[in-house]
Design a binder for this molecule. Sequence first.
Ligand code: SF4
Length: 77
Amino acid sequence: MVEQKMTPEEFRAKILEPAKKTEHICWQCKHLKPVIKGSGLPPADLIGWCKKLHWPFYWCISENEIITKCYGFEKRS
Ligand code: SF4
């Protein structure tokens, strides 16, 4: 039996399920660090953090402010 190989991104998506599902464009961006399901520490209204816009700091992405366009967007591979 031949095992199907996954890319690192596919493996990450399989084991780290995001806590939220929203319309943010960030979900398709490689710079999003999502809040993982079951994580109790982050504020409840966050979907995750952007690793690019305010580098070297992380920028909190709110669930209630839907980002549909972003100059820093780079498609996740
Ligand atoms: S660069 Fe823009 S689209 Fe990508 S995660 Fe940051 S805010 Fe979202």
